[in-house]
Design a protein around this ligand. Structure first.
Ligand code: HEC
Length: 111
């Protein structure tokens, strides 16, 4: 039931929106942000809540995450893994990832 409402009405509206507003950031950027963020979940856990010794990143603010990633990339902040991982991302990609996790706060963080 819910799916059919989405496919019949909401999805076409979204597609129409993208066609009418080719410079719009919303839908495009959001799916790109979530795609980029999947790689992080492998270590930091689904929703950014890590099950092991790797720090949780869910519920940190976008600013905190962006700053951490840029400091890892420049080597200013010590890391075993993150410095190498984040080297491949541009500033814009880091902002998208940080924004994604920054608004992704469904569960409380562990610490
Ligand atoms: C291979 C495992 C791995 C992947 C993939 C990974 N991380 Fe990490 N992350 C770590 C580890 C380990 C640390 C602790 C610092 C270190 O030693 O590198 C960390 C630390 C962090 C921190 C700092 C947390 C704190 O509380 O200080 C942030 C923010 C972070 N990662 C974000 C990300 C994001 C965003 C991604 C995806 C682009 C990502 N990480 C992908 C392993 C990973």
């Amino acid at each position: 039931m819910r799916r059919s409402i989405v496919t019949r009405f909401i999805a076409p509206l979204g597609i129409l929106g993208i066609m009418l507003l080719p410079t719009s950031v919303s839908a495009d950027e959001l799916s790109r942000a979530s795609m980029l963020s999947y790689t992080c979940a492998g270590c930091h856990g689904t929703d950014g809540i890590s099950p092991g010794s790797i720090p949780s990143i869910g519920c940190k603010s976008a600013d905190v995450i962006e700053k951490a990633l840029k400091e890892y990339r420049s080597g200013k902040r010590f890391s075993t893994v993150m410095g190498r991982h984040v080297k491949g991302y541009t500033d814009q990609e880091i902002q998208l990832i940080a924004g994604f996790f920054g608004t992704y706060c469904n569960k409380p963080t562990k610490k």
